[in-house]
Design a protein around this ligand. Sequence first.
Ligand code: ADP
Ligand code: MG
Length: 202
Amino acid sequence: MARGSLIVFEGLDGCGKSTQLDLVFDWMQARGLDCVKTREPTAGAWGQRIREMARSGEPVAREDELAWFMEDRREHVRDMIEPALERGTFVLCDRYWLSSVAYQGARGLDAAEIQRANEAEFPDPDLAIIFEISPEEGMARVKARGGVGEPVFEEVDFQRRVQKVFDSLDRPWIVRVDARGSIDEIHERVLSVLTERVVRPE
Ligand code: ADP
Ligand code: MG
């Protein structure tokens, strides 16, 4: 059986990752394609710890934060992503290690070193879509979304630094999509990337 494809959704908070991932999932299911959706941080023990840290605003050393993300990803790849890829499934993942590079890089760690460590240990995505939006517009969407924000990750200055790192990432499997416009317009952009890059017509 052919190996599946890992498709990751990346970009600033509020850029529309989760919205677009759900639409791709529904689109694939309607076509009878075997697909799963997942996200980082995960619902596992490490992921819960990261979410709790982000919610409470508790100060955590950036090295520890990075280490928790790596532990979470280690379990995620071993227990979920790799088995699904081996079954030939499309794996749709809401954030992956590009976010570790961008966010922990924005906290002042060496972005290139984080990327090196992740590339050494974890599979490359077959496709990473980075949704491009200004920090202001992303934050406005997050505010409109309501609910509990993640104070550690959501200030505009910080988002600007995150964006710089996302902008600097350069791999052949990265595609940047303009995240401005209506949800439907962006979905159309995503589908044209998918059909060009990973979803072969039956
Ligand atoms: P992310 O997962 O990247 O943080 P979401 O998909 O949760 O972003 O989108 C953030 C908020 O903005 C949600 O309330 C969502 O409904 C809304 N949203 C998503 N895409 C658009 C869009 N193209 N235009 C306006 N609002 C959007
Ligand atoms: Mg989301």
